[in-house]
Ligand binder design. Structure first.
Ligand SMILES: Nc1ncnc2c1ncn2[C@@H]1O[C@H](COP(=O)(O)OP(=O)(O)O)[C@@H](O)[C@H]1O
Ligand SMILES: [Mg+2]
Length: 290
């Protein structure tokens, strides 16, 4: 099997610096390497393979429309990415993930932003939160490092604050903005610390990687908090993972103040980061062993 990494734009045929460690792990475990030109969204350096082969991308996030193009370009060269475009979007867009995780994740509403009225419609629908605290993001990402201004809203009835937060989020996401706004009930999590720069609460949170619906490995999520805990009982989440239509994905789970774990979000395994302190080799070794 081969891994497809983003190419270093300054030095063709070498890996983007952000993925140097992972690239070394892929090689160490005997995987072949291909490069994707992320800036040009191009696979032109890749020669046609003799026969169809499954490959895994590890690189920067991209929009579903870009993923579809990459997927089809590669298919024409006899390489099939581990997730087809639908499987990619299942874990990349929170609204698509909801059909698998709705029961295990905070109450969520979403609205595509198409015109001036879209935000008003969303504000209207946000009344169901009835004064609860909220967390705001787009279909894919939050601006969690601007916690107090573009992410967290203490009282859903504070329409002024909620509107400002949505506008700040859209402005900060700029060209990366993914289609629409997601509003979620904020659940008090078991706090470990506050982020030193952004004031964001750091909770006991884990990132689980699943490959072919089986658990590959578990990472502590934050670099700052001290995890003095055992890894959570993840059996229940392994069961949920079996129902998720994706061959490679992550599931972020966090402990609430009652000690129960909830799902925060899913991510496509090809574009989910490995926490900085995490051992990058875990994933590559585990995939090799399958
Ligand atoms: N509904 C929620 N209730 C409480 N905390 C949350 C909630 N959603 C997210 N968080 C916290 O905020 C962080 C960022 O949210 P997340 O949805 O993962 O955004 P991003 O896609 O930017 O990573 C999470 O890692 C978690 O600690
Ligand atoms: Mg996250």
């Amino acid at each position: 099997m081969k891994f497809l990494f983003c190419e270093n734009i300054l030095k063709p045929n070498t890996v983007d610096e952000a993925f140097i460690e992972e690239y070394a792990c892929a090689i160490k475990n005997g995987f072949g390497i291909l490069f994707y030109n992320f800036e040009k969204k191009s696979t032109t350096h890749i020669k046609k393979n003799d026969k169809m082969e499954t490959i895994i991308y590890r690189g920067w996030m991209m929009k579903p429309i870009e993923y579809r193009k990459m997927y089809n370009d590669l298919l024409s060269k006899n390489y099939r990415l581990i997730n087809n475009p639908t499987e990619f979007q299942n874990c990349h867009y929170l609204l698509d993930s909801l059909k698998f995780i709705e029961k295990y994740t905070p109450k969520t509403i979403y609205q595509k932003i198409e015109n001036k009225n879209s935000i008003n419609e969303l504000l209207e629908r946000a009344k169901i939160f009835d004064g609860k605290a909220l967390m705001v993001k787009d279909y894919v990402k939050s601006e969690k490092h601007y916690w107090d201004t573009a992410c967290y809203v203490e009282n859903s009835k504070d329409t002024k604050k909620l509107t400002e937060t949505i506008h700040n989020l859209i402005e900060l996401r700029e060209n990366d903005f993914n289609k629409g706004i997601v509003i979620r009930e904020f659940i008090e999590l078991k706090n470990l610390a506050k982020h030193s720069k952004s004031n964001m609460p750091l909770s006991e949170e884990y990132r689980l990687f699943f490959y072919k619906n089986e658990l590959l490995c578990v990472f502590d999520y934050w670099e700052e908090g001290e995890y003095q805990f055992e890894h959570p009982h993840i059996k229940a989440f392994e069961q949920i993972a079996k129902t998720i239509e994706s061959n490679f994905f992550t599931m972020d789970i966090a402990k609430d103040t009652n000690g129960n774990f909830i799902i925060i979000e899913l991510g496509d395994g090809q574009v989910s980061g490995i926490p900085e302190k995490g051992d990058k080799n875990l994933i590559y070794r585990a995939i090799k062993e399958r």
